[in-house]
Design a protein around this ligand. Structure first.
Ligand SMILES: O=C[C@H](O)COP(=O)(O)O
Length: 227
């Protein structure tokens, strides 16, 4: 994997801007940078949709849902996801109720994911953010099993906003082992360098959520994550 070209690495990346203070001008700049870098998609907050994606660019649009706490009612998440798809989202990155996993209420977690899945069926891609840094190994496995059972398309490590931290190789490896190729694995949160990105892919990530994409693709340097 260390011999991936920057173009190949870019195709793993959801170029992400989820800061509360983001403006429409910031999102326009994100799109322009994504097209220039050749990333797979842009990932934005749902109220920034619809986006003006340059024709012929092939750039996909991802929107988050229940972000960042996951403590929204399932009906609210489902509606939020459906509205985002109606406004042009190809992919939905939803946050689960992390506390429900820690309570052992896995049936509730599965039902929450299923509510969103039912609201945005295929071909919309559904990613399930489990906030792995806030879970122990058994909880990570349980959350991934719930995502598989609810027919999600990806499990995703992190929102990038949790004080416990972002993606770790250990969590990515455990998530990849659990979903056994049935679902994709998205590593996100704290990926700041090409080396970080390659480590995540080698651990089993099939997609990366990155705000510092220019740095990861060798065009700049990024400040380290401050978890
Ligand atoms: O998935 C999205 C994350 O918010 C990206 O986190 P980051 O800003 O640490 O790259």
């Amino acid at each position: 994997m260390s011999d991936l070209t920057s173009d190949q690495l870019a195709r793993y990346i959801d170029h992400t801007l989820l800061k509360p203070e983001a403006t429409h001008a910031d999102v326009e700049a994100l799109i322009a940078e994504a097209v220039r870098l050749g990333t797979y998609s842009v990932c934005v907050s749902p109220n920034m949709l619809p986006l003006s994606i340059p024709e012929g660019s092939g750039l996909k649009v991802a929107a988050v849902c229940g972000f960042p706490s996951g403590k929204h009612l399932s009906e609210v998440k489902a509606r939020e996801a459906a509205l985002a798809v109606a406004a042009g989202a190809d992919e939905i990155d939803m946050v689960i109720d992390v506390g429900a996993v820690r309570d052992g209420r896995i049936a509730d977690v599965q039902a929450d994911i299923q509510a969103v899945r039912d609201a945005v069926p295929a071909p919309t891609v559904l990613k399930v953010i489990i906030e792995a840094a806030a879970l122990d190994d058994a909880e990570i496995v349980a959350a991934c099993v719930a995502a598989v059972a609810a027919s999600a398309d990806f499990v995703k490590t992190s929102t990038g906003f949790h004080p416990a931290g972002g993606a770790s190789e250990r969590a990515v490896r455990l998530m990849a082992e659990t979903v056994e190729g049935e679902l994709g694995v998205k590593a996100s949160g704290g990926i700041r360098t090409r080396e970080d990105a390659i480590r995540m892919i080698e651990a089993g990530a099939t997609r990366l959520g990155v705000s510092a994409s220019a740095a990861v693709l060798g065009e700049a340097t990024a400040a380290p994550a401050t978890y």
